[in-house]
Design a protein around this ligand. Structure first.
Ligand code: CP
Length: 292
């Protein structure tokens, strides 16, 4: 693995190796990198979890973080993403994590630049490290993906998390349900009623309604979306005893998920965030080790 831009390119073996290394880091294993590499996070869309956990991962690996503020960078003067990456390459940055509104932004970079490119989210396309941390969370819970029923519910059309998890979970043998309003099913063969899956699912993975990608078009009111597609307090009571709630965050309380359910016993939402640090450590170390 030279870069990480999507889950499609990872074999089952590579996914399992990343999960194993992340779990080892979680249990206290230390970095085996021989050099003190420099990593920079280029985030052109807002982020709290991904950006902060990449920074934490780099620090835990005892590497350097070179801060980059998109809002104060020369991209505002028209510099392209490619030229920005070439500047960081010339300065001596070894790995670059990029979040960008353009789908497949990485096509213009990989094979053309020296630093490792890690995708921190491209438009509505891919979010591979979110998928990996979701996989680790599911593996910790059930020990396997084979035959587990995972329902991904909500704003599927605009969700890079849904796409990366679809790529990964289907490859790993899970049964994946996509549940959303007909208007948001995009390329997916989706179920339009959450009540069809609530009692059979092992994981209810709720997605954020991405208002910022809706071009100002209101689809349903907050209340009617919550009633029709949300994880309500009443629906949670119908979930299997062993089933868990996941959400990549940030969550819209009382839209896709009832506020009372965010920290309920079966919620793994903040455990997902914890796992993100260890997954990102594993990804950075595995790619950079390949260069030593
Ligand atoms: N899940 C996720 O990508 O969250 P952030 O946008 O806060 O990074």
């Amino acid at each position: 693995m030279k870069n990480l831009v999507s889950m499609k390119e990872l074999s089952i073996e590579q996914i399992m190796d990343i999960l194993k290394q992340a779990q080892a880091f979680r249990e206290g294993e230390q970095s085996k990198l021989k050099q003190k590499y420099t990593v920079s996070n280029l985030f052109f869309e807002p982020s709290t979890r991904t950006k902060m956990s990449f920074e934490m991962a780099v620090r835990k690996l005892h590497l350097n973080v070179l801060p980059f503020e998109a809002g104060f960078s020369s991209t505002l003067k028209g510099e392209t993403l490619y030229d920005t990456v070439k500047v960081l390459e010339s300065i001596g940055v070894d790995a670059i994590v990029i979040r960008h509104e353009q789908n497949n932004f990485f096509d213009d970079l990989i094979e053309k630049v020296k630093p490792v490119i890690i995708n921190g989210g491209d438009g509505t396309g891919n979010h591979p490290t979110q998928s990996l941390l979701d996989l680790l969370t599911i593996q910790q819970e059930f020990g396997t993906f084979e035959g587990k029923e995972i329902s991904i519910v909500g704003d599927i059309a605009h969700s890079r998390v849904a796409r990366s998890n679809a790529d990964a979970l289907i490859k790993l043998g899970a049964k994946v349900n996509f549940v959303c309003p007909p208007e948001w099913q995009a390329e997916f063969d989706a179920i339009n009623y959450i009540d069809e899956v609530i009692e059979s699912s092992d994981v209810m993975m709720m997605l954020r309604v991405q208002h910022e990608r809706h071009d100002g078009k209101a689809y349903l009111t907050t209340e009617s979306y919550h009633a029709a597609y949300g994880l309500t307090v009443d629906r949670e009571k119908r979930m299997k005893d062993s089933a868990i709630i996941m959400h990549p965050g940030p969550f819209n309380r009382d839209i896709e998920i009832a506020s009372e359910l965010i920290e309920v016993d079966r919620s793994r939402i903040f455990k997902q965030v914890e796992n993100g640090v260890f997954i990102r450590m594993a990804v950075i170390e595995m790619i950079l080790k390949g260069r030593e």
